[in-house]
Design a protein around this ligand. Structure first.
Ligand SMILES: NC(=O)c1ccc[n+]([C@@H]2O[C@H](COP(=O)([O-])OP(=O)(O)OC[C@H]3O[C@@H](n4cnc5c(N)ncnc54)[C@H](O)[C@@H]3O)[C@@H](O)[C@H]2O)c1
Ligand SMILES: [Zn+2]
Length: 667
């Protein structure tokens, strides 16, 4: 018996650890939050009943996140906790009763706030200036991401009014629905995978190395906690008002509730109206208003006793399955999709739900015309979570998975370790053909501006292009009849196509879409092979001798050149003057960490010479400029820096670094 229980505890702990790792480190939700929380609750219960299996590392006792290797690690002066959560009023009532009991003779007030769905951050302010920003990490230590946080316009770099000398502000970094959608629209244009949901995208954005890219994500921030050695006021609510006056973005919806009735009203209101907010929330947070009471209640191993999260369950509705259709992605992956009788769910009308793959359909046991339960969990696309078998028609047949590609008829294949089926007809299956051309024009490949995925699709349908070489024979006259194509756009497209003839070999090699040859591999190949002919002639042995090239990539390169159609395309590209030879100034960049960043060095440098420093900037994608202005991002100062430093200090957007801090940027 006890062996069984031990086994169960260990399995649950292991599973929850894995889910935490996916969620916090890879920004992936492998199940809904509700399912996760149920498992956590189950573990908590078994652990309480079987205290002999105590483990301080259990997910019930530890904050789920961790730190990465990509940023400096910083210890939190004040620990960052998680929140206890509940999904129903009974739990809230229990919590309130416990609290009432602790303060029999005092009034207890609550502050109810929206629970923003993003990633938490702790920001240190000293003398009214933003000094440092750190992620929650494991609660004890986190990643130092100050430069990324500085790009968020909701976060003040300088405070106003009667702010305390030194304190931390904590809050949530999130992404509005609108900005999330526009990021995905752009990714779709560029043929990139779409992001799953705003929470994971916000959290992933914070971990990017290039703050220029972070800025483009247009993140938002809301601050909800002031922390310091001592407090200027006596309640959480007053702190909010203070913080607002100092220039912080505080939630407009927060409200003082005198009792649980008012709390319930607040919760019910937002459960109903949350879909109208411009951002996503996953619940409501309740905090005891009085700071003395907060202090008296203190903390458990993982969360404050003076706060509680009430989480909304994902909504679930029943509707009828009308049909199952199969989508072919640009890489040839097949995704089954359920067409549903339209139904209102979480504020939007749902007509389709993803079925993921054949195994998922089998697991559900889906039959034609079944009545299904649909839920909107962490993902944008709703999913079918169950079937109402009582309503099944007696003669309805089980859904049978397709054997051939719905686009081109080719027999599908299943690759080991992959959940999806694939259409192997890379060169002629329409979505794959279009996908290859979209990849060719994308920013990191031939960077042909003005030619979006829609236009490419139209060109393909009009039989004007079938592979990247065809772009170079396009004329303005052929473009003009396309939908929504004006003279000016047609000219721009032709111009961008012509301009792509100067794009260097390594980007062309990436652009022609040899399987497994990504950006970095393409660079490594060009470093070792001067021309496309040399690459074509290389034996498998020669290929695998190149750094980072394994047998899988080598074989894929061979396969590519064994195909006559590919050779024909290469010959045509050569004829049109595309770069298929290593450029004289080819230089393998170390990284792109400093992309779009400008630098200026001043004063007497001791860790490196000015020339070496400027070279480091360039090798990592940055730019050197010669004067202090608004265009400067970083001023790196050595000893005895003079007027440039003074001038830079007056411009808020310039970050001033010492030499070591500059080197740290390159880590
Ligand atoms: N789906 C999965 O696979 C998976 C995996 C791991 C965790 N999770 C989810 O994450 C939860 C655990 O994450 P957690 O520890 O960050 O807890 P949490 O997200 O449930 O609550 C704590 C966090 O809420 C945030 N928050 C938002 N608004 C706030 C406000 N007004 N005041 C205070 N805090 C506010 C803060 O970032 C705080 O750290 C789990 O309960 C689960 O729901 C899901
Ligand atoms: Zn196909």
């Amino acid at each position: 018996m006890s062996e069984n229980i031990q086994h169960k505890i260990e399995n649950l702990r292991k599973e929850l650890h894995q889910l935490n790792e996916a969620y916090y480190l890879n920004d992936e939700s492998l199940m809904s939050d509700f399912e996760f929380d149920q498992k956590l609750e189950e573990l908590k219960k078994i652990e309480t009943e079987n205290p002999e299996f105590f483990d301080a590392n259990s997910p019930t006792l530890r904050v789920g996140g961790g730190i990465t290797k990509n940023f400096p690690t910083v210890q939190h002066q004040f620990r960052m906790y998680s929140l206890d959560n509940s999904y129903d009023f009974d739990d809230l009532e229990d919590w309130e009763k416990r609290i009432e009991k602790s303060f029999e003779k005092e009034d207890v007030e609550f502050v109810a706030e929206l629970k923003y769905d993003g990633a938490s951050i702790s920001i240190l302010y000293e003398n009214g200036k933003l000094i440092q920003a750190v992620t929650r990490g494991d609660g004890f230590q986190g990643d130092e991401i100050t430069n990324n946080i500085r790009t968020i316009s909701d976060i003040p770099l300088t405070l106003k009014g009667d702010f305390p000398e030194r304190f931390f502000m904590r809050g949530e970094i999130y992404l509005s629905r609108k900005n999330f959608n526009s990021i995905n629209e752009k990714r779709e244009e560029e043929g990139l995978d779409l992001f799953m949901n705003p929470r994971n995208t916000a959290s992933g954005s914070l971990k990017m190395q290039d703050s220029g890219e972070v800025r483009k994500r247009r993140l938002s921030a809301v601050l909800y906690q002031f922390i310091s050695e001592d407090y200027p006021v006596e309640s959480h609510w007053e702190l909010f008002q203070k913080a607002k006056a100092w220039g912080f973005n505080i939630s407009d919806q927060a409200k003082v509730c005198k009792n649980l009735e008012e709390v319930k009203e607040f919760i019910n209101y937002w459960d109903k109206n949350r879909h109208d907010l411009p951002f996503e929330i996953d619940g409501i947070v309740l905090k005891i208003n009085n700071l003395n009471q907060q202090q008296e209640l203190g903390y458990t191993a993982k969360s404050p006793r003076w706060a509680m999260a009430y989480k909304f369950k994902a909504e679930k509705v029943e509707t009828k399955l009308e049909s199952v259709v199969y989508q072919v992605g640009r890489t040839g992956a097949i995704t089954p999709v359920a067409n549903l009788k339209p139904v209102l769910l979480a504020g939007t009308t749902v007509k389709r739900a993803t079925l993921h793959n054949e195994d998922q359909i089998k697991k559900l046991g889906l039959h034609e015309h079944d009545f299904v339960f649909v839920e909107k969990g962490g993902e944008i696309i709703p999913k079918i979570v169950g079937i109402n078998e009582e309503k099944r028609e007696s003669n309805s047949r089980e859904i049978e998975y397709i054997k051939n590609c719905p686009e081109c008829g080719t027999e599908l294949v299943k690759i080991e370790d992959q959940a999806n089926h694939f259409c192997p007809n890379e060169l002629h299956c329409p979505p794959q053909v279009v996908g290859r051309m979209i990849h060719y024009v994308s920013r990191k490949a031939l960077d042909i501006e003005n030619l979006g995925s829609e236009t490419i699709e139209q060109l393909y349908k009009a039989k004007l292009v079938e592979n990247p070489a065809d772009f170079y024979t396009l004329t303005k006259e052929q473009l003009l009849p396309l939908e929504r194509m004006a003279e000016k756009s047609a000219n721009n497209i032709i111009e961008s196509i012509t301009k792509s003839k100067t794009i260097p070999f390594e980007k062309v090699l990436f652009g022609i879409g040899i399987k497994h040859v990504g950006e970095t591999v393409a660079k490594k190949l060009v470093k070792n092979f001067n021309t496309i002919e040399e690459l074509q002639k290389a034996t498998l042995e020669e290929l695998v001798q190149v750094e980072d090239i394994g047998i899988k990539i080598a074989e894929s390169i061979h396969e590519f050149f064994a195909n006559d159609e590919n050779l024909l395309m290469i010959n045509r590209l050569k004829e049109y003057g595309i770069q298929l030879e290593k450029a004289e100034n080819f230089e393998e960049k170390d990284s792109n960490i400093l992309a779009e960043k400008t630098f200026l060095f001043t004063g007497k440098l001791s860790l490196f010479t000015r020339e070496a420093a400027e070279e480091m900037v360039e090798k990592n994608g940055g730019k050197n400029i010669s004067a202090v202005s608004k265009n400067l991002n970083y001023l790196v100062v050595g000893e005895k820096a003079g007027s440039k430093l003074k001038k830079a200090q007056a411009i808020e957007s310039i970050t001033i670094l010492d030499e070591q801090e500059f080197l740290d940027l390159l880590k």
